[in-house]
Design a protein around this ligand. Structure first.
Ligand code: IMP
Ligand code: MG
Length: 178
């Protein structure tokens, strides 16, 4: 089996480029239908979601706005649950249909924090789109309206997701070899 090295860890191929593209196309079609008349504000969570957002949002050809925020709480391969400020949220979201675009929901603490914080500004509604969800690790009741893949608990890299800053530019998704 072909493996790759990212920093001190070995990874093996998990999801092919074709499978990712296919699921994104399907997910985009559903989102397009739901959101066509809502002029949504897509809030892309950097850095991890940058490739997902670029591929997803180009397939949702409806009137919309796209902004990018950052809130990083993740170091190494375990989630700390510690939150930082939301940077880059320079839009009034009151009355808007907000769609958060995220790479992966692991414990769900990040998404819960983000949804709760955005809700204070009275948007019309908040929806969540995530490329991956790890149902086995969820610690919150956060809902994911659109998701491409449910995956097991293993740490993954590629297609925007990093291991300690590296691996984001991989075209496929790789999972860590224990
Ligand atoms: P949560 O707060 O535990 O849901 O963590 C969410 C964030 O942790 C994601 O936005 C990612 O940045 C990061 N993360 C969680 N799992 C992974 C993984 O398997 N690979 C890379 N990053 C991950
Ligand atoms: Mg992320």
């Amino acid at each position: 089996m072909k493996t790759i090295q990212v920093k001190d860890k070995e990874f093996k191929i998990y999801i092919s480029e074709e499978s990712i593209k296919k699921r994104i196309t399907e997910t985009a079609a559903a989102m397009r239908l739901d959101l066509a008349d809502k002029n949504p504000l897509f809030i892309v969570v950097l850095n991890g979601a940058f490739i997902f957002a670029a591929d997803l949002l180009r397939e949702i050809d409806i009137p919309c706005e796209i902004i990018f925020i950052r809130l990083s709480s993740y170091e190494g391969i375990t989630s700390t649950g510690k939150m930082k400020n939301i940077m880059g949220l320079d839009k009034n979201i009151e009355g808007r249909t907000v769609v958060i675009v995220e790479d992966i929901i692991d414990t769900g603490l990040t998404m819960k924090y983000l949804c709760d914080t955005l809700a204070k500004s009275n948007p019309a509604e908040i929806r969540v789109a995530s490329l991956f969800v790890k149902p086995g690790k969820l610690q919150t009741d956060v809902k994911t309206d659109y998701r491409c893949f449910d995956i097991d608990n293993d740490f993954i890299v590629g297609y925007g997701l990093d291991y300690d800053g590296e691996g984001r530019n991989l075209k496929e998704i790789y999972k860590v070899v224990d």
